[in-house]
Design a protein around this ligand. Structure first.
Ligand SMILES: Cc1ncc(COP(=O)(O)O)c(C=O)c1O
Length: 393
């Protein structure tokens, strides 16, 4: 099938090209023509343990022959185990299980609004920050402070406001204008260009939220689950949220998302307020347990920090060498390299040369390999990337 033929099959939401991908093993993906790709995009930060990891494959077989689906009118052992693991490894509270990142954020926004409205019916406003990305469904889309994603789909949901990321003065001005139910922030923005929140800004948000009874929501859908070298990115700051959302890698490649919520907020939610048919299905949760047990190992987290430091050194080396590399940002294995040249042809050239990377805002290219990446893989990726850079400068 030619590239143009894909558009006659699918609604044109993604630019897709080349032969279909048919197989994955470890750090590599293979297409139908047998071409091999080193995967530094990880299906947008999903396949944390790489492709076809034996632990995942075994659990798939085990749980697949045991039980695939029951509704949320019932409970299953893997749901219980996953909730226990999530709470033990975070800030406690209670869990809502769903299927994706956008759905986790929808849940978080609804829970925060219902909780805040106990104080006043006007306390429903939600604040988010420039360059953030929270998803594509209407609540999460409305929280996404990037106009390009709203274009053509207005009106967005009422009550959403935006402040400049890491700007305490401007944020305070906006916070003082409305009765806010929640502030939602990615501690490390992915899609928006790999931008880290400052300790000062997060401290300000925590203190303001506490004083004004606002729920502080961390969206750790991309930066959580070990990616930055701690189980959760917020742990680098030691500043806890009231609600946290996660998804992407948690299901080991099967759709799974979750909202973790402090008890005081969770307690206002009653049966019928919110729900999902598939959320927390037994298969996804069984895989979730495998992923969480693996990434919470101290030795695994240390390996992520070491690999992240090595990758950072490589990318900073390119920055020293080439004036058109303007900055390297991020933490652990979520790093972004900003170019003064158009990054799109560089990413395309990398693909041609056998390396998969993903763009972000502000001329940035994201490096987010599976967390099992080795130094040898990093060396190989850096070599291909440098070649592609030189071909496009
Ligand atoms: C930080 C963040 N939040 C939310 C989402 C939406 O997740 P999903 O695509 O699973 O709906 C994404 C996806 O890229 C994300 O990076």
């Amino acid at each position: 099938m030619k590239n143009s033929d894909y558009n006659s099959l699918f609604i044109n939401t993604f630019v897709r090209s080349g032969p279909p991908l048919v197989r994955g093993k470890g750090m590599y993906l293979y297409n139908a023509s047998g071409k091999k790709f080193l995967d530094f995009g990880t299906g947008i930060a999903v396949s944390a343990l790489g492709h076809s990891h034996p632990l995942i494959v075994n659990e798939l077989k085990k749980q697949g022959s045991r039980l695939l689906h029951v509704s949320n009118y019932y409970i299953t052992p893997s749901q219980i185990e996953l909730a226990q693991l999530l709470l033990k490894n975070s800030f406690g509270g209670r869990v809502f299980l769903c299927n994706s990142g956008t759905e986790a954020n929808e849940g978080a926004i609804k829970f925060a609004r219902k909780w805040a409205k106990q104080t006043s019916p006007e306390k429903y406003h939600i604040l988010s920050f420039s360059d953030c990305f929270h998803g594509r469904t209407y609540g999460s889309l409305s929280a996404t402070a990037q106009e390009k994603f709203h274009k053509g789909f207005e009106p967005i949901v009422p009550g959403f406001h935006y402040a400049p990321f890491n700007d305490i003065g401007e944020t305070q001005k906006i916070l003082e204008q409305y009765q806010f139910a929640a502030i939602i922030i990615e501690p490390l923005q992915g899609e928006g260009g790999v931008n880290q929140v400052t300790t000062e800004f997060l401290t300000f948000l925590r203190e303001y939220a506490d004083t004004h009874r606002i729920a502080l929501i961390y969206d750790e859908i991309q930066c959580g689950m070990g990616r930055t070298g701690a189980v959760w990115c917020y742990q680098h700051y030691g500043i806890e949220p009231d609600i946290m959302t996660l998804a992407k890698p948690v299901g080991g490649g099967i759709p799974l998302g979750a909202v973790i919520c402090k008890d005081a907020i969770a307690e206002v939610i009653t049966p019928g307020d919110h729900g999902t048919t598939f959320g927390g299905n037994p298969l996804a949760c069984a895989l979730g347990c495998v992923v969480l047990k693996e990434i919470t190992k101290k030795s695994f987290l240390k390996q992520i920090r070491d690999s992240g430091a090595y990758l950072g050194k490589k990318l900073n080396g390119l920055k020293e060498k080439y004036p058109f590399v303007s900055s390297v940002r991020g933490r652990g294995l979520l790093l972004g390299i900003q170019l003064d040249i158009d990054p799109a042809p560089v990413v395309n050239k990398c693909k041609e040369l056998g390396l998969l990377l993903i763009k972000a805002e502000h001329h940035t290219i994201r490096f987010m390999p599976p967390l099992i990446v080795s130094r040898k893989d990093i060396d190989a990726a850096a070599d291909i990337f440098e070649k592609a850079l030189l071909m496009n400068k």
